[in-house]
Design a protein around this ligand. Structure first.
Ligand SMILES: Cc1ncc(COP(=O)(O)O)c(C=O)c1O
Length: 442
C-alpha cells in the first residue's frame, strides 16, 4: 500500500476502494475463483463486492475464461466491426427494452453519451437527476443536492465548472411532487431526466409504488411505479426518460429493473445505459433505446460519439458469454442466497440491538444501519457510518469482504455456494455486536 500511495493518489484507481470510509488498508487481491478472493498474503475472503456488480457468475468462470482465451488468441483489438459485438447487441436487444445499442468502455461514457444524444435529439439543454443517484463521473452529473433542491445545481467536486452543472436540476428521489414542480416550471427546456433504474449508489432504494385509483378490472386499485410516473411525465413534456441500468442491468433480474416494472406495466424508457454485468468483468458498457433516437448518432445522424476500444472483441466476447450463461436459474440462485443473508443479517443486528433496515430490488440488496424505510438520499444519510466501519472490519476479520462503504449494495454471484453463504452467516453475529459496541445500538 505504501508503494501504491507513492505512485497513485490514495493508492487506488477508484476512490471507494481505499477504505477511507472504514479505516485501515484495502487488501491487495492476487487471484479469485468462484465466490472467493485470495489476497497477496494468502488470506481468503468471501467476495460480496463482485467487482462492484459485474461478476454475476463469480470469478474465473471456466466457460467465460475459455471464450476469452480463444478470443485473445485471435488478437485483441482491430478497430473494425466484429461478430461478437453484433451478437452481444442482439442479446441486449432481445432481453431489454432497447431497439438499438452503441457500445462504449465504461458506465461513465454510457451516461455521458446518452445525455449528449438526448440533448441533440430534443434540441434542449436541461438535465434532471436525483440526489444520491450516481451515473459515473460525468461533469454534468456530478452535482449534489444540498440546499439546491429544485434549483440549478452546484458542482459536487472542484474541477467541474459551474457552467457544466448549471443546466442540471437535482431532485429528491421518490418525490413525485418535486418532479411535477420542476417540469411545470422548466418542462420546455428539459432534454432528459436521468435516474438509476433502482438506485444502488446510496444503498438500495427501490422506486416506490403508489395507488392511483381506478382499477385493473379485477377491482384491485391500480399501482403506479415511480419509474412509470417518470416515463409518463417526461413523455408529456417532450423530454426523454433515461434509465441508468449500469448497476441493475442483467443483475436484479434477467431483464434488469425494467423486467420488474416497465415490462410488467407496459412502458419503455427512451434511452437506457448498461455496464458492469454486460462486460463480464471487462471494460464494456453501452447505451441504447428507441430506434428513432439512436439514429441521431453519427454516422447515421448528427450527434457525434466514438471510441477506439468501443465494442472491443475481448470485452464483448466476455459479455456475450456471461449473458448467455445468465439463465433464470442463475437469478433464482442469487435471489435465494440473498434472502438467506438478508434474513441472517437482520436477525443478528436485531439480537445485538442495532437499528437497521434491509432493502432490495430483485436480487440486489443493502443493509442500512438506521431505521427504515429509506426513500431518498436524506434518509440514507442517517445510516450510522461509525457502526458500519466496526461491522465491516469484524466481517473482514472473519473472512468476508464487504463493500468498504455503508452506502453500497452487497453483491452476490451464482458461484456463492453453501460454504460461502455459511461463512457469511457465521460472521454476522460478532459483526453485529461490534456495530452495537461502536455506537449503532437502537
Ligand atoms: C448506476 C451507475 N451508473 C454509472 C456508473 C459508472 O460506471 P463506470 O464506473 O463503469 O464508469 C456506475 C458505477 O458504479 C453506476 O453504478
Amino acid at each position: 500500500m505504501q508503494r501504491a500511495h507513492a505512485v497513485t493518489p490514495g493508492g487506488v484507481n477508484s476512490p471507494v476502494r481505499a477504505f477511507n470510509a472504514v479505516g485501515g488498508s484495502p487488501r491487495f487481491i492476487r487471484s479469485a475463483a468462484g465466490p472467493w478472493l485470495t489476497d497477496v498474503d494468502g488470506n481468503r475472503y468471501v467476495d460480496l463486492i463482485c467487482s462492484w456488480g459485474p461478476m454475476l457468475l463469480g470469478h474465473a468462470h471456466p466457460e467465460v475464461q475459455a471464450a476469452v482465451q480463444a478470443a485473445v488468441a485471435r488478437g485483441t483489438s482491430y478497430g473494425t466491426p466484429t461478430e461478437p459485438e453484433v451478437e452481444l447487441a442482439e442479446e441486449i436487444v432481445a432481453r431489454t427494452s432497447v431497439e438499438r445499442v452503441r457500445f462504449v468502455s465504461s458506465g461513465t461514457e454510457a451516461t455521458m453519451s446518452a445525455i449528449r444524444l438526448a440533448r441533440g435529439f430534443t434540441g434542449r439543454d436541461v438535465v434532471v437527476k436525483f440526489a444520491g443517484c450516481y451515473h459515473g463521473h460525468v461533469d454534468a452529473l456530478l452535482a449534489s443536492a444540498g440546499s439546491g433542491l429544485i434549483t440549478f445545481a452546484l458542482p459536487g467536486t472542484p474541477g467541474v465548472p459551474a457552467s457544466s452543472t448549471e443546466l442540471t436540476l437535482v431532485l429528491p428521489y421518490n418525490d413525485r411532487a418535486a418532479v411535477e414542480a420542476v417540469f411545470a416550471e422548466h418542462g420546455d427546456r428539459i432534454a432528459c431526466l436521468v435516474t438509476e433504474a433502482a438506485p444502488g449508489n446510496m444503498g438500495v432504494v427501490p422506486p416506490e409504488y403508489v395507488e392511483v385509483g381506478g382499477s385493473t378490472g379485477g377491482g384491485a386499485p391500480r399501482a403506479s411505479g415511480f419509474n412509470a410516473f417518470l416515463a409518463e411525465t417526461c413523455a408529456r413534456h417532450g423530454a426523454l426518460f433515461v434509465s441508468d441500468e449500469v448497476m441493475t442491468g442483467f443483475r436484479v433480474t434477467r431483464e434488469g429493473q425494467w423486467g420488474l416494472d416497465g415490462k410488467v406495466e407496459g412502458w419503455r424508457p427512451d434511452l437506457v445505459t448498461f455496464g458492469k454485468v454486460m462486460g463480464g468483468g471487462f471494460p464494456a458498457a453501452a447505451f441504447g433505446g428507441r430506434a428513432d433516437v439512436m439514429s441521431h448518432l453519427a454516422p447515421e445522424g448528427p450527434v457525434y460519439q466514438a471510441g477506439t476500444l468501443s465494442g472491443n472483441p475481448i470485452a464483448t466476447t466476455a459479455g456475450l458469454a456471461t449473458l448467455q450463461l445468465a439463465t433464470q436459474e442463475v437469478y433464482d440462485h442469487i435471489g435465494s442466497a440473498a434472502d438467506t443473508i438478508k434474513a441472517a443479517a437482520s436477525e443478528a443486528l436485531t439480537a445485538a440491538g442495532v437499528a437497521h433496515t434491509v432493502q432490495s430490488t430483485g436480487t440486489m440488496f443493502s443493509v442500512f444501519l438506521c431505521e427504515g424505510p429509506v426513500r431518498d438520499f436524506t434518509d440514507a444519510s442517517r445510516t450510522d457510518t461509525t457502526a458500519y466501519a466496526a461491522f465491516f472490519h469484524a466481517m473482514l476479520d472473519a473472512g468476508v469482504y464487504l463493500p468498504p462503504s455503508a452506502y453500497e449494495a452487497w453483491f452476490l454471484s451464482s458461484a456463492h455456494d453453501d460454504e460461502a453463504v455459511q461463512t457469511v452467516l457465521d460472521a454476522l453475529p460478532a459483526a453485529a455486536r461490534a456495530a452495537a459496541a461502536a455506537g449503532g445500538a437502537a
